[in-house]
Design a binder for this molecule. Structure first.
Ligand code: G3H
Ligand code: 13P
Ligand code: ZN
Length: 335
């Protein structure tokens, strides 16, 4: 058993309390590789932002959970080396699907875990979330839960037909489960294809597809029912069209990739939404930089020649999100 405190990580309680009060959101960036970790830390240090580094099941399968946890320990040391005396870095399990995986992450030094029981009947979701909370709180680890199912690309995008979070269930769910934050479904979804072109309208000026708006009415109803309670948005990549165009120009094939417009995320960040999850945009930035670099330099074969521009592109993306979308820059408790 290793406490996250021994390796300089923090849980998410303090950062969320300040984010809710301050009207901004803390970034939660997924990482699988050293370059992503370095880019996240460079961006967090440069902008003086708290940050959540999150690990999915796919990341654990790809990189190994133990390696990722040592990378998080390295991330704290790296932030200090870059000049940040008091970094606020949480290591979070993203979409944990059992009590056992949550416990195993807590035991190896994670400071925050998500139990995702969103596909279960509410009673079962509450029961397992509660079991995770009881174990996590013994170790001062924060717990995110989820209620409502994130939309898939073919799903209805109107509240009446979808699996959006039901505001009438949130008080019961949070009080029974004891979770510290709640991920909700208001129209975001995972990946680079969040909507079909048929679900969008077309901007007459730019010709670009405009996705249907997020269900802010549901978000506001939830906020009224749970004043000051930290809300989380998954599936919040914006799928920058410049990155998609670069990927397609240099041999990729991502037709009709569509994300959540940044102005809507900016609006959400000002509300009780205090954690915004972004993974796909980092994947797009990395892939666009690698494709471009290799396309323009066919003689390159040293991975450092294309991974450095990829790391720079991800760092720029993270800085942009922190400063221009989430507003968490300059929000460290101590600099
Ligand atoms: O929630 C989904 C994240 O983007 C992680 O995806 O399981 O492919 O790593 P992944
Ligand atoms: P995106 O696929 O929109 O980046 O969402 C990531 C996420 O929610 C991770 O949990
Ligand atoms: Zn997610």
């Amino acid at each position: 058993m290793l406490s996250y405190k021994e390796i300089g990580l923090v849980n998410t309680n303090g950062m969320f309390a300040r984010a809710v009060k301050g009207g901004y959101a803390v970034p939660a960036f997924n990482f699988n590789t050293m370059e992503q970790m370095q880019a996240i830390i460079m961006a967090a240090v440069e902008t003086k932002s708290p940050v959540i580094m999150q690990v999915s099941k796919g990341a654990r399968n790809y990189a190994n959970a133990t390696i990722l946890r040592y990378m998080a320990e390295g991330a704290v040391a790296y932030a200090k080396e870059l000049g940040c005396e008091h970094p606020e870095i949480a290591l979070h399990l993203d979409h944990g699907d059992s009590f056992e995986i949550c416990k195993s992450c807590i035991d190896m030094g994670f400071s925050s875990v998500m139990f995702d029981g969103s596909h279960l009947p509410i009673e079962e979701n509450i029961a397992i979330t509660k079991q995770v909370v009881e174990y996590a709180h013994q170790h001062d680890v924060s717990v995110e839960a989820e209620l409502g199912v994130l939309a898939g690309v073919e799903d209805e995008v109107s509240a009446a037909e979808s699996h959006y979070t039901k505001p009438e269930e949130v008080i019961f769910f949070t009080s029974q489960s004891g979770c510290d934050s709640l991920a909700i479904s208001i129209g975001t979804s995972h990946g680079a294809y969040k909507f079909t072109p048929e679900q969008c309208t077309r901007d007459p000026k730019t010709g670009l597809l405009v996705p249907p708006p997020l269900a802010f009415d549901i978000l506001h109803e939830i906020e009224e029912k749970l004043p000051g309670f930290p809300i989380v948005l998954h599936g919040s990549s914006s799928v920058p069209q410049e990155e998609v165009e670069t990927i397609n120009k240099f041999g990729g094939k991502l037709p009709d990739a569509i994300g959540i417009p940044e102005e809507q995320l900016r609006e959400a960040a000002k509300s009780a939404v205090c954690k915004i999850n972004i993974d796909s945009d980092s994947r797009l930035a990395m892939t666009a930089a690698i494709r471009k670099t290799l396309g323009e330099n066919p003689g390159y074969f040293d991975p450092r020649q294309y991974l450095k521009p990829a790391r720079d592109a991800m760092k720029n993306l993270y800085v942009h999100k922190i400063v221009n979308v989430l507003g968490s820059n300059g929000k460290l408790a101590q600099c």
